[in-house]
Design a protein around this ligand. Sequence first.
Ligand SMILES: Nc1nc2c(ncn2[C@@H]2O[C@H](COP(=O)(O)OP(=O)(O)OP(=O)(O)O)[C@@H](O)[C@H]2O)c(=O)[nH]1
Length: 617
Amino acid sequence: MSSSPVPQPGATDPQILRNFCIIAHIDHGKSTLADRMLQHTGVVDGRDMKAQYLDRMDIERERGITIKSQAVRMPFTKSSGDDAGKVYILNMIDTPGHVDFTYEVSRSLEACEGAILLVDAAQGIEAQTLANLYLAIDADLDIIPVLNKIDLPGAQPEKYAAEIAGIIGGNPDDVLRVSAKTGQGVEELLNLIVDEIPPPKGDPDAPPRALIFDSVYDTYRGVVTYVRVFDGKLSHRDKIKMMSTGAVHEMLEVGVISPEPVKASDLGVGEVGYLITGVKEVRQSRVGDTVTSNIRGATEPLGGYKSPVPMVFAGLYPLDGDDYPTLRDALEKLQLNDAALVYEPESSGALGFGFRIGFLGLLHLEIVRERLEREFNLELISTAPNVVYRVEMEDGKEIVVTNPSEYPEGKIDKVFEPVVRATVLSPTDYIGTIMELCQARRGQLIGMDYLSEDRVEIKYTLPMGEIMFDFFDALKSRTKGYASLDYEPTGEQASDLVKVDVLLQGEVVDAFSAIVHRDNSYAYGVSLASKLKELIPRQQFEVPIQAAIGARVIARENIRAIRKDVLAKCYGGDISRKRKLLEKQKEGKKRMKMVGRVEVPQEAFIAALSTGDADKK
Ligand SMILES: Nc1nc2c(ncn2[C@@H]2O[C@H](COP(=O)(O)OP(=O)(O)OP(=O)(O)O)[C@@H](O)[C@H]2O)c(=O)[nH]1
């Protein structure tokens, strides 16, 4: 079998291009499958293979999750069918799987003509996968269903193939079975990609239009923008224009990733690659925007561009007040890399100077916080995250509340809270307990569908504030880990909400304030006060804790005084033991913040997060 030469980027006939992505739930094996494909197409040889080659950032590798989409060009010689021996170019776009990054997923879907629906043969399809599948179907992609991990003893390919066929149509026998681990079925899959996914269409003579589906900040090269060309050609000699802002940039380099960056002279119709321009921060090169040429520019951008909207806010404060400038610089640097991160300075009576930061979701918050601490050597205190409330006052004024302590006093007409449409997939055995949980979180049932005899899809409208903390954990524990969850914001609803304050020694601690539903406020106050009593260590004086709505105290606890003398125990002269104890005590002091005269540990600031379900179980 002789194969044709590998075409160069910029001169690739769109007929031999196949652009696809992999839709999968976390841990269903997307990265492992991507690794196998890289190996099989010879793009990475065995020796260079690191597990999860495409997950570049250390933090991704450690957590085993994919944060940033990446795109790889793989030449593949067809090994079956009439066109065996012919070389095709497969562009694989790796999409993030977590719900916080849905927007990135939808953009990378638009850069493709087809999607592999990858499902763990021992688990079945999960809620998030289903949500992303619907996005792919909406984007008119051809779907190739694949069951992975068929080497596992617990795999049930027959059952889950039937389930998939029930959702997307077709014959269960046509669902391909692979093992990304052993490589079984991977070659067949590559052949199928060529056969099933249509080549890209576009007008090579039109002014260039390319969709930005990812944008990453690289310390050495500045912003690297990943694009899919729809029309015309982007040349390294062009000056480019970002269509949403009209900003013009010098093009320094274009190329493809295979799997390291390879420079090219241009990128033509259907091609996927990267651009390096003079752009200094990812905000100027945003996912979803259309790139065109400055001289012969297109007039209509591709698709609808949407800026990322932060859904969750939290305060971040340096443990040591002197670190405030470092935190400010660190946020500035991180923002170069993260177009979705927004922040503004704020000050708290309890915590001093810090920032109120907007995130796409809780995972995003965790990642940002971890990166700030790790990459900038900071120790941070974070307040409990909250959603955004909109308050309409009787005098017609409107206030957007991103920090509960700024909840307005006075004559409030209506308060609105964000709501989501949540989809839960679960075995039918747990329908009752899931509905009970959703009801307790003020949910409204939208509907229920059976995916198969023993699996069901339940849809609810739920207040976002009720699900962002521990809802998923509660769901998992009630369903022995079998239920999966996906949600999308769908707007807001008017609700009867109140602000609950916490007072330590009679002083309101602003960082503890929270906005909760009136019906739950009493239980919330009681549970939070007792939680704080557990978490705040005894001090040398008595510390009364109160929870209050306005001037009305709804719960109280008391932390009794103690004189902590750890050395009293070792009256002997064992100096090393003494030192050890002192060191231990110092460790214990880590992440303590002085609030007035009271030492408060970090955990206390997020204690509110775990009070939610305690009284509802
Ligand atoms: N037995 C078996 N294990 C597999 C197979 N494919 C993947 N795994 C394992 O499943 C786990 C998850 O695989 P990943 O490839 O990291 O999953 P992922 O979907 O990329 O996860 P995210 O990047 O977090 O979305 C890893 O421990 C893999 O080694 C397979 O075919 N068989």
